[in-house]
Design a protein around this ligand. Structure first.
Ligand code: 48F
Length: 256
């Protein structure tokens, strides 16, 4: 026999489940800010290792700049070095020319997101990081968050603060967290992103993936924006590799 659905039970279920999650994630091992390709890979790999990882994304959807492929053609290009990561996340690809592999942007975002969810990453979408917590020890130890619609509509509503063992700035071209730390604490130096130069940018993004302030790592385009690296357009191997590099470095700090 079918039970009649009660609207209020539906409301209570949503409020009580997410309320529990919010309380639980007031403190977490790693906060990844930005749900683009680099943040998704970083979050998924850290959660797979057993860390408590929250992914904070200001938009409604996860996926950042990957959905649109190149100029709305929903395909991305990945170079040889990163094909193993496509395989790891069971993303189908085909070889276009030696060294150039393509995959579908929608499938790629979806499978990275599914892998992160399967690994236990908790998603906080529609949530903006608007400031950082740096206390007497001079270390980034937390994030000041608010609902994105509050920011978008300019409502005067005070935010809340969460604590994270490590933070990964995966906010893309804007490098929002690193810029906020630089503005408030005087470092790191933000050089700003360079011109289009795909080959150079793709190598640099991995070497620029590092801790730039105590407690703060940068990955993806945010890493190139901090260190003055170039942009690369719709070749995404560097984003995946940078997310992996950030995960390995953060895991190295957290230990087992
Ligand atoms: O831009 P994005 O996809 O970052 P990424 O991982 O990848 C870059 C590529 O998409 C592409 C490229 C490479 O080929 O050049 O641009 O470096 O995703 C960044 C995400 O961060 C979110 C933003 O909405 C986006 O989904 N974000 C930005 N600022 C905030 C934020 C913030 N203050 N709070 C929460 N999320």
């Amino acid at each position: 026999m079918n039970m009649a659905l009660d609207e209020v039970v539906i409301s209570r279920a949503i409020i009580s489940e997410h309320y529990k999650t919010l309380l639980e994630y007031c403190e977490m091992d790693v906060a990844v800010v930005g749900g683009g390709p680099s943040g998704l890979v970083c979050a998924a790999l850290l959660a797979e290792k057993g860390y408590k990882v929250g992914l904070i994304e200001k938009k409604l959807s996860i996926g950042g700049g990957m959905w649109g492929g190149g100029m709305m053609f929903p395909r991305i290009v990945v170079q040889q070095e990163a094909v193993r990561l496509l395989d790891r996340f069971k993303i189908r690809w085909s070889e276009y020319a030696p060294g150039y592999y393509t995959s579908r942007s929608v499938e790629t975002v979806s499978k990275l997101t599914a892998a992160a969810a399967d690994a236990g990453v908790e998603f906080f979408n529609l949530t903006t990081v608007e400031d950082v917590m740096v206390r007497g020890d001079g270390r980034l130890s937390g994030l000041v968050i608010n609902w994105q619609p509050v920011e978008a509509t300019g409502l005067h509503v005070d935010p809340l603060t969460i604590r994270s063992g490590y933070t990964v700035d995966a906010t893309g071209h804007d490098a929002v967290i690193a810029r906020q730390v630089a503005k408030k604490c005087g470092k790191p130096e933000i050089r700003g992103e360079g011109t289009m130069w795909a080959d150079n940018a793709e190598t640099a993004v991995v070497s620029h993936t590092k801790e730039v302030f105590p407690g703060l790592f940068v990955c993806g385009m945010a890493a190139n924006a901090v260190f003055g690296g170039h942009r690369m357009g719709p070749v995404f191997g560097g984003m995946l590799l940078s997310g992996e590099a950030a995960a390995n470095q953060v895991a190295g700090r957290l230990g087992s």
